[in-house]
Structure formats: C-alpha cells, structure tokens
Design a protein around this ligand. Structure first.
Ligand code: ARG
Length: 457
C-alpha cells in the first residue's frame, strides 16, 4: 500500500501534497463534527440493536464517540488534512481512543450516506435557529406597526407619491413577506427531515440494518425511500438557499428604503447611532452602513443558490465528488442570514420615525387626487371623466402652487360644478386613509385588524 489513506488498499502511488489539499474538505466540514459524532452514535447503536455488532463492541464504539463529543465541546479535538474530511478524521480519532474495534463502526455505511446524514442533521438545527430569529423580527415589525397605526405617510408607486397610507400598513406589508419567508424555511426544514443513513454508498447494504431505528434515534421524521436518491439529493439545500435568497431580497428592499428615508432629502427616519458609522474625512457624516451591508450581502446569498444549482445540473447519479461543493456556500449563507436578520431586527427596533415629516410630505403632493376623482364618481360622474377633471385641477394646482385642499370652492367648481363644500373632508389625508374599508387596505380599521391577527399568531 503506497498510501496510508483509509481507502489506500488498491493504490500504488500516493497523492501529491497539492492533490491532498485540493481533495480535502476538513477545513470547512469540521463544522459538521458534532453532527457526524451524533450520526455515528446512532449508527453504532443501531448496529448493536440489530446484532451486527456485539454488545461489547457497540458499547466500546458508542463510549468512544461520546468521549470525542465531550472533547469536541471542550475544544480538544484537532483535525488534519491527512484524513481528508470530517468523517475520516473522526474515525481516526476514534481509533486512537479505542483501538482497532473503531474500524467496525463503518460497517453497513459509506461516507456518502454519512455526509448526507451530517448535513441533514446540521441543517435542521440551523433552520430552527433562523426561524427563531425570524420570529423576533416579526415581533418587532408588529410592535412598530401597532405604535404607528395613526402615523400617516405617502404610499409610493414609481417612487412618486401615490396615495396617503398608514405607516403601520407599510410595515405590515413586510410582516407578510417575512411570514412567507418563515414558511419557506419551514418547508426547507420539512424536506430536510428525512434520514439518508443506511443508503450506504448508493445501493443499500447486505447487512440486516434497521433504518427506522437510526432515523428515530436522530430525530428524523422518516427515511429516504430510495438509496440512490438518498446520497444524491441536494434539493433540501436548494430549498434552504431559495428561502434564504428570498428573505435576503426582502431585507434588501427594506434596507434600500431605510437608506433612502434616512437621507437628508427624505428625512423620514433616523437610524440609531449604533447602526451607523462616520467618515474619516467628513465630520458631519452618519452613514447607514449596516443597512447597506445587508443589501450588499444579498448578492453572495444569491451566488450560493446559483452556485449549487450549477454544481448539480450535470451530475450523473449517484454520488460524485462535486457534491462536496454543497457545503461552503450553504455555511456562508447560514452565517450571512443569521447576522443580517438579527442586526436588521435590532436596527429596526431602534429606528426613530419622524411622523411630522412623514405627514407633512402629504400637504402639497396631490396624493389626494384619487380621493377627488372617487368623490366625483360617487356623485355620478363617470370615473374616466372624473379622472380628466381632476387631472386638469392638478395641472392648475401645480402651475399656481396650490394644493387641491387649499383651492377655494369657487376655484374648484369652475372645473366641475358637482363639487360641493363636503369636498374638503374628502381631501384630508387622514380621511383618505380612514375611508378605506376594503379587505387588506390601509384603512385604520383594516390595519388594526391585520395587527391583531398578527399578534394572535
Ligand atoms: N467529503 C465528502 C463530501 O463532503 C464525503 C463523501 C466522500 N465520498 C466519497 N466517495 N469520496 O461529499
């Protein structure tokens, strides 16, 4: 044997140092150490229950693995490139711990189902943590909305003032998006919640294993039904990455608005000092770096999704070493998403809303033009005609620097005699919001209802 690798029996020559380094995944898959140990403990127990291992062997192996788990938490395990990946590193450490009986652990198992098992276990834990962070975020959004039902602002389309809305309604739009994000992570969790263990290399095994036993021990809801699929499937990671990419897109949109609204031109909000930084040259600067970085980091999460999709697209069944590339992008995504969600939540909680500035922006912006058109339609004028009349009034208002609500009744009636004294109530932005009664609209009652529903869930 010219190589002392665990798989070295059929080789005459060893790998060059470059190949060893290129092939090794231990630098990143050591992140799976805890899950690898847990997977191995469950496997050893199952091998014992099914009498594939004797009680003594099983106890020795499980005991050794438990010891390694303890050492791992104490930071006492060291890994090496020589053993390529986390699976062989741990097998080597186990051999050092308990001697040659360690070699029996790999009975009825392959690294192919092992790496898949580790990653499934790891992703379940991480997904649960991300869902908890999203719950915190949702709580902050609702709390802020609840405090701002009566805060008025201009709703935008095309980044132009469109119609008056409640600031809470705007916030609750993000509540809906983040709720769907949470559901997407729950779906990803669901597709991760099945055990590939026992698929072995690809074809299953001749040993009388009990896959139910190990799946249950590991807390999986069930087993992969096809051993080829079990070792080849990375859909569950794509589900996760897609959930992450969509969440980052939502955070990024929100951040874009926070950045704009925090600018001198808008001045609608003030980001707390803790989430901004200064300039090394311009003493007056307070830059929204955290929001910008969240927006910026969205790109790398999209990148990980596309990278894995591309890695998978040409792969013949079953396991190919390409699949080792499934990890780094996912790990990076987990770190990115966790940091972004928790920092965003803190930043949002401490943002100050300048409600005066928000509502002042509604004073001369003609965002009540639709109210006037609806008012005329209500008085019997066909809506198309009403739209024309109000268009002309707006044109006149812009030319004379005169908002609709500041025009005299005579001025208004020159354009349309149907307009009466009751028009001024209709033109008031607060009434424009209050009068909206359709389901899901910005009407105060509707918004309060949405907030109540959210608080209940
Ligand atoms: N480090 C590998 C991975 O992460 C483990 C599986 C290796 N299997 C093999 N047949 N080379 O995918």
């Amino acid at each position: 044997m010219a190589t002392n690798q665990m798989w070295g029996g059929r080789f005459e020559k060893g790998n060059s140092a470059d190949v060893v380094a290129f092939n090794a995944s231990i630098s990143f898959d050591q992140r799976l150490a805890k899950h690898d140990l847990k997977g191995s403990i469950a496997h050893a127990k199952m091998l014992t229950h099914t009498k594939i291992l004797s009680e003594t062997e099983g106890a020795q192996i499980a005991g050794g693995l438990e010891k390694l788990l303890k050492k791992l938490t104490e930071g006492e395990l060291t890994f090496s490139d020589t053993f390529e990946d986390i699976h062989m590193n741990i097998e080597h450490l186990l051999q050092q711990e308990i001697g040659d009986v360690a070699g029996k652990l790999h009975t009825a198992r392959s690294r192919n189902d092992q790496t898949a098992t580790d990653m499934h276990l790891f992703m379940k834990d991480e997904t649960v943590q991300i869902i908890a962070l999203l719950d915190d975020l949702l709580n902050v959004v609702v709390t802020k909305a609840d405090a701002n039902v009566n805060t008025l602002m201009a709703g935008y389309t095309h980044l132009q003032h469109a119609q008056p809305i409640s600031y809470a309604h705007y916030l609750m739009a993000y509540y809906e998006m983040f709720t769907r994000d949470k559901q997407r992570f729950e779906t990803a969790y669901h597709s991760t919640n099945q055990s590939p263990l026992g698929a072995a290399a690809l074809a299953g095994t001749t040993f009388p294993i009990d896959r139910e036993d190990s799946a249950q021990e590991l807390g999986f809801a069930g087993n992969y039904q096809n051993s080829i699929d079990a070792v080849s499937d990375r859909d569950y990671l794509l589900d996760f990455l897609h959930a992450a990419a969509t969440l980052m897109m939502h955070l990024s949109r929100f951040c874009e608005e926070i950045i704009q609204w925090n600018s001198y031109e808008f001045g609608y909000i003030e980001i707390s000092d803790e989430f901004a930084t200064g300039s090394s040259i311009m003493p007056q600067k307070k830059n929204p770096d955290v929001a910008e970085l969240i927006r910026g980091k969205t790109g790398r999460v999209y990148g990980s999704l596309f990278s894995l999709l591309t890695t998978l697209k040409g792969l013949p069944l079953a396991y190919d070493k390409d699949l080792q590339e499934d990890k780094e992008g996912v790990f990076d995504t987990i770190d990115t998403v966790k940091a972004c969600v928790s920092l965003f939540t803190e930043m949002l909680a401490t943002i100050q809303v300048k409600s005066d500035k928000l509502s002042a922006s509604l004073q001369d912006d003609f965002s009540n033009a639709t109210e006037l058109a609806d008012y005329l339609a209500d008085k019997g004028l066909p809506f198309r005609q009403a739209h024309q009349v109000v268009g002309k009034l707006v044109h006149y208002g812009i030319a004379n620097n005169l908002p609709l609500q500041k025009m005299s009744l005579t001025q208004l009636q020159e354009f349309e005699p149907l307009i009466a004294d009751d028009v001024y109530g209709v033109l008031d932005p607060e009434n424009a919001v209050a009068r909206r009664i359709s389901l899901g609209s910005t009407g105060f009652e509707q918004v309060k209802y949405q907030i109540k529903q959210a608080q209940k869930s």
